[in-house]
Design a protein. Structure first.
Length: 494
């Protein structure tokens, strides 16, 4: 959610370019189908999956209802364990806090664990402007960074790249960032992983400061939890002397016992694994550093708002804050599969991005006003969500906000926004439908007239409807309305 992303065109224009890229579509189709098939098998192993899903939803909803309480408990627990808590109302404040903390150490480089929150606030760019180099250590994030690219998937940020492209990026760019890629380097996954391992190892051993996010924060104990699959996170969380974690306030859970739910649902929904390969938990500082000590000697937690409390004020939209960033909704979405993640103009792509980004950022830009329409409303995203976020419901809710305007909360203040530009015809159609549906006699007459004139129905719609029928066939008009069929078959009117 950087300033660059906000300058992107609306989703329809960005997606139109993406669907013309045959390589991109092939990469996405192969990856998403593989991941979702494996996930379906992993979830089917649990007879109580529906109960786990309901339990996760309940824990998240309870936490959101009391989000004025649990972050304060978390702060007290982290402080008691030797950590320091900072509060950031927006991206600028969070970036300033992290930059000042790194400067205070005297270091000019940091290693990073994969973090959606730091991408959301544009931390890497802010550190670079301050003369501090930030090195991504997750393999996919490393590919994105070396390629001067942007993430396109929550779980697999480089999902839009194939092996040959990754090989070329490593060959061309690794030497500029540190240890060069081995020569020769092929596109075998083992060779690529080994090149990344050698490149990153020297950074792990040299770095004194690390920056991370967290999957969960436990208010009861002050414990941070990071789930990852490669081991790079474990290196970043234990080797450096100073650890700075930037985490959204919605990631808090009340008790340590609550983790038993999410440590079952998150791995299966994201990587289709029964258990995450690396689950790192830490509470405050590590043991005293020395010959046998590990863990940071200084721990800072930056609690990030950046639009989250505004989202919380929306009774329908707040359920998006339940998201545990598993990416299951992306892997089943037919729109994401064809358009890719970059078209969403946000570090949160796919269905969850279509409902989360317009709430965190508002709907004032062309890209954010278009995101609620980046969906077929098929409901597949809701079916796979491990915390039962009703994404189609939020999409319809946000479409109404975009088209009609109305009251919203911005920076903690209740304001009324105007309808977005370009929705005059939509508002007129809704008003006409309301008038017609409120008058049963007029509706019945219109249905009969349409049935009798069905042979005159056009194959394509004129005006604004032309774009819809450019890629779809217009449904044929039935010979009679359902109301008339019911009366004829059952002998009684509805």
């Amino acid at each position: 959610m950087t300033r660059t992303d906000l300058g992107m065109p609306a989703f329809p224009e960005a997606a139109r370019e993406a669907v013309r890229d045959g390589v991109l579509r092939a990469n996405l189709r192969h990856a998403t189908h593989t991941i979702r098939d494996k996930r379906a098998r992993a979830v089917a192993e649990l007879a109580d999956w529906d109960r786990l899903r309901a339990a996760g939803k309940a824990v998240k909803d309870h936490t959101l209802r009391h989000l004025d309480r649990y972050p304060l408990r978390l702060e007290a627990a982290v402080t008691a364990a030797g950590g320091t808590v900072h509060w950031a109302v927006d991206a600028d404040e969070a970036n300033r806090i992290v930059t000042e903390l790194v400067r205070a150490t005297g270091e000019r480089e940091v290693v990073k664990v994969k973090s959606m929150a730091t991408q959301e606030i544009g931390l890497n760019e802010a550190l670079e402007a301050a003369g501090i180099a930030a090195y991504e250590t997750d393999l996919a994030e490393l590919i994105v960074q070396l390629g001067r690219d942007r993430p396109s998937h929550i779980l697999v940020p480089a999902i839009h790249r194939n092996r040959a492209e990754i090989r070329d990026i490593f060959r061309a760019e690794m030497g500029r960032w540190g240890r060069p890629a081995p020569d020769p380097l092929g596109d075998d996954p083992r060779e690529l992983a080994e090149a990344a391992r050698l490149h990153l190892r020297e950074k792990f051993l040299r770095a004194k400061v690390a920056v991370s996010g967290a999957n969960f924060m436990v208010a009861e104990t002050g414990t941070m939890v990071v789930l990852e699959s490669e081991g790079n996170g474990r290196m970043c969380l234990t080797l450096p002397e100073t650890l700075i974690s930037v985490v959204g306030i919605e990631k808090v859970v009340p008790t340590f016992r609550d983790l038993e739910i999410f440590l079952q649902t998150l791995p299966r929904s994201s990587t289709a694994e029964r258990m995450n390969p690396y689950t790192t938990m830490w509470t405050g500082l590590g043991p005293s550093r020395g010959a046998d000590g590990d863990g940071p000697s200084a721990f800072h937690l930056v609690l990030l708002d950046n639009g989250r409390t505004d989202t919380l004020a929306d009774e329908t939209g707040r359920q998006a804050l339940r998201c545990i960033r598993c990416s299951a909704c992306l892997n089943v979405c037919p729109v994401y599969e064809r358009a890719g993640g970059h078209a969403y103009g946000s570090v949160y792509p796919g269905p969850i991005g279509a409902v989360l980004s317009p709430q965190l950022r508002g709907t004032g830009s062309a890209i954010d006003a278009s995101l609620p329409y980046a969906s077929t409303l098929c409901g597949a995203c809701y079916d796979v969500c491990p915390v039962a976020i009703d994404i189609p419901e939020i999409l319809v809710h946000l479409r109404e906000r975009v088209a009609q305007g109305g009251p919203v909360t911005r920076h903690g203040i209740r304001v009324r926004i105007r309808p977005a530009h370009g929705h005059t015809a939509e508002r007129a159609a809704v008003r006409a439908a309301r008038l017609l549906l409120d008058r049963p006699g007029a509706l019945r007459a219109g249905e009969r007239l349409l049935a009798r004139a069905r042979r005159l129905a056009p194959r394509r719609l004129p005006g604004p409807g032309r774009a819809w029928t450019d890629t779809r066939e217009l449904p044929s008009v039935p010979a009679e309305s359902f109301r008339d069929w019911w009366t004829r078959e059952r002998g009684t009117p509805q």
